[in-house]
Design a protein around this ligand. Structure first.
Ligand SMILES: Nc1ncnc2c1ncn2[C@@H]1O[C@H](COP(=O)(O)OP(=O)(O)OP(=O)(O)O)[C@@H](O)[C@H]1O
Length: 623
């Protein structure tokens, strides 16, 4: 492998080595972030100094003064059913909650991060064993395990929360493992290897640094969840009765709800505030880190960076983003399993352990014969699987965010805006009851908040961009009044209308005749380059792959049997199934029009970036 030294550019260099300061500043500037920090700091200080601040002994019982309302007889928050001071108990209860949350976070991070880094980086038997153990832990219902634990060890909050840490560590393990798989083949990691750094140093410096942001965010969420679970256990009577706890106070307040309803307010407020503060802080940290991860490169330099010479090694991802600006992959599919339940209760696995990653601006071809699971993989990424389908294993991450665990609302937003889709059957994807224009304008108004006239203007421009000769006429037409080729152009215009980062095109030319196919592929190629969009192109046509894709994954019976850069796969296919598919493509059908056109000397290699693709074309012709 050779990694040519990039030309020195003072501005790029400055951007790359600029100190990554300002994350804390950004968090503090975000009202939710600063609010979250203030709430957490105040609660921590109140809990740490609880003994000093508490106006009464929290255990002192005064049966003459039960269920007193706030501000009575020197009790700022009143007294409980045993006449104990509520404020004093509330302050002291915070200590155990903090300790419990800290234990859960530390244990889950230590286990999840260490195993995730090792499994993701080294793969092999450790990865198999760790993934299997994580799957086993994930299927255990954590709350039931904790209740059962109580029967064995009795009320011991620290041990209970440590066990919770073990139970949630598979979530961190999966996240870290997927992120590591996404970055471990980046060119800067290769460069570190070439420079002689040990694996430990590479993991500790390069990889951990890249994956730290999602880990910090996840830790904040785990702290919030730990507080909730601890309070829930205490509420059902599984807390330590010798110490005041927020969940225990909630339970006592619940029993006295009709006599002293205000008692519910205080522990409820503390739990709610603490959990919300962690979640808001987690979101603010994510926003701040995403922001600061973007290296600001002057516009005029962006073109130069993207055309920096990169030699693609067989088996490596053809990365066309510069190392200094790249982080983890845009899309990571990790050991995905999709199945359909059969009448005998078994699961028919139609996607069986698929792992992929797509970088920003990268085009991945997903190839395989009919029924191999390409569309099901694409649908799982899009969150469009039919109801009866089950995601039986694995994980999906888009920009480091867990797609499977994401609330449907967030998923829908993402799907409309950041991940777009072009389907196989253009006609059946346009509603016959509405004009084409309406179907383009409505999503743009909803997603981009444009006015009707602005959206109409943009829709007409997009129709022109996708090669529709009379955009106004098509805009006003009903779907039955346009051809299949036109309909596919309309769908492409719709898919790119919100400037997606990732476009999933599922056999976008299958339903079209050969001449239109070539034009549609030209449009897709042009748009991808213009916008530096990442693409997952589902196809069974290797000609299309050679023409458009940087990398290829070959699927057979729900599994990926071979994955490589396009150039390497065409030059030396390894798996017999890939060879068979390649042979049948080249023997069976005439080459597609762009391939034939590319044989003429008209096409000129303009950038280093085009090389792998051009090589692939040449190879495909020569095979
Ligand atoms: N709703 C469903 N219930 C049961 N099995 C299904 C369902 N939908 C798809 N499958 C099965 O999933 C498998 C994979 O289908 P998928 O559509 O992903 O294949 P594909 O590789 O995209 O093929 P094609 O190129 O024909 O679209 C097939 O065996 C199919 O029968």
């Amino acid at each position: 492998m050779s990694i040519p030294a990039p030309e020195h550019n003072p501005q790029l260099l400055a951007a790359a080595i600029a100190p990554r300061e300002g994350v804390l500043k950004k968090i503090l500037r975000d009202p939710f972030g600063s609010g979250g920090i203030v709430v957490i700091v105040v609660i921590v200080l109140l809990s740490v100094f609880a003994k000093l601040l508490a106006p009464f002994d929290p255990a002192y019982v005064d049966i003459q003064a039960t269920n007193m309302p706030p501000f009575t007889d020197g009790h700022p928050l009143g007294t409980d059913a045993s006449g104990r001071d509520v404020l004093s108990r509330l302050l002291v209860a915070g200590q155990l909650t903090l300790i419990g949350a800290a234990v859960t976070v530390v244990i889950s991070l230590v286990i999840g991060v260490v195993t995730g880094l090792v499994a993701g980086y080294f793969a092999g038997p450790f990865d198999h064993a760790a993934s299997w153990t994580a799957d086993m832990l994930m299927v255990l219902p954590s709350k039931i395990v904790l209740v059962a634990l109580f029967a064995v060890i009795g009320p011991n909050t620290v041990v209970t929360m440590a066990v919770l840490g073990v139970m949630v560590s598979p979530g961190i393990f999966r996240l870290v493992r997927s992120l590591v798989i996404g970055v471990k083949n980046e060119l800067y990691v290769d460069a570190a290897r070439v420079a002689g750094l040990s694996s430990r140093a590479i993991i500790g410096r390069h990889i951990l640094y890249t994956v730290r942001a999602p880990i910090i965010i996840q830790a904040a969420f785990i702290a919030g969840i730990a507080v909730l679970i601890q309070a829930g256990l205490e509420f059902i009577g599984l807390g330590d009765p010798s110490t005041p706890t927020w969940g225990g106070m909630l339970q006592e307040a619940f029993l006295a709800m009709y006599k002293a309803p205000w008692l519910i307010l205080w522990p409820g407020l503390m739990i709610g505030l603490f959990v919300s503060a962690f979640i808001l802080l987690g979101n603010a940290v994510r926003d701040a880190m995403e922001d600061s991860a973007k290296v600001k490169v002057p516009k005029k330099d962006r073109l130069r960076t993207s055309t920096m010479a990169v030699t693609v090694q067989p088996g490596r991802r053809a990365a066309n983003t510069p190392a200094i600006a790249s982080g983890s992959a845009l899309l990571v599919v990790d050991s995905l399993v999709v199945g359909y339940p059969l009448p005998d209760g078994e699961l028919k696995r139609v996607v069986d352990g698929v792992s992929l990653s797509v970088n920003e601006g990268e085009v991945l071809g997903l190839v395989g014969e009919s029924g191999s699971g390409k569309t099901q993989t694409a649908f799982a990424i899009l969150g469009l699987l039919p109801e009866e389908a089950q995601i039986a294993g694995g994980a999906l991450f888009f920009r480091g965010e867990d797609l499977i665990g994401m609330p449907e609302k967030a998923r829908v937003k993402l799907r409309g805006k950041s991940i777009a889709y072009i389907p196989q059957e253009p006609m059946s994807n346009l509603d016959p009851a509405f004009r084409v224009g309406f179907q383009l304008v409505e999503p743009m108004r909803a997603q981009l908040g444009l006015s009707k006239s602005e959206a109409t203007k943009q829709a007409l421009e997009l129709l022109a961009r996708v090669g529709i000769p009379d955009p106004k006429r098509t805009f006003d037409a009903y779907p039955h009044q346009i051809s299949g080729g036109m309909a596919q152009r309309v769908l492409i215009a719709g898919a790119i209308s919100c400037n997606p980062d990732l476009l999933i095109a599922d056999e976008p030319t299958t339903a079209l005749d050969v001449t239109v196919q070539a034009e549609i592929l030209d449009i897709l190629r042009g748009l991808q380059k213009e916008r530096n969009m990442a693409m997952v192109l589902v196809t069974h046509n290797f000609g299309v792959v050679a023409d458009l894709c940087d990398t290829v994954a070959v699927m057979q019976l729900g599994r990926i049997v071979e994955q490589n850069s396009t150039a390497a796969l065409f030059a030396a296919p390894v798996h017999p199934y890939t060879k068979m598919l390649l042979d049948s493509t080249l023997e069976g059908t005439p080459a597609r029009a762009p391939l034939r056109r590319a044989e003429s000397p008209v096409r000129v290699i303009t950038t280093e970036d085009d090389r792998p693709r051009e090589e692939a074309l040449n190879v495909s012709r020569s095979v």
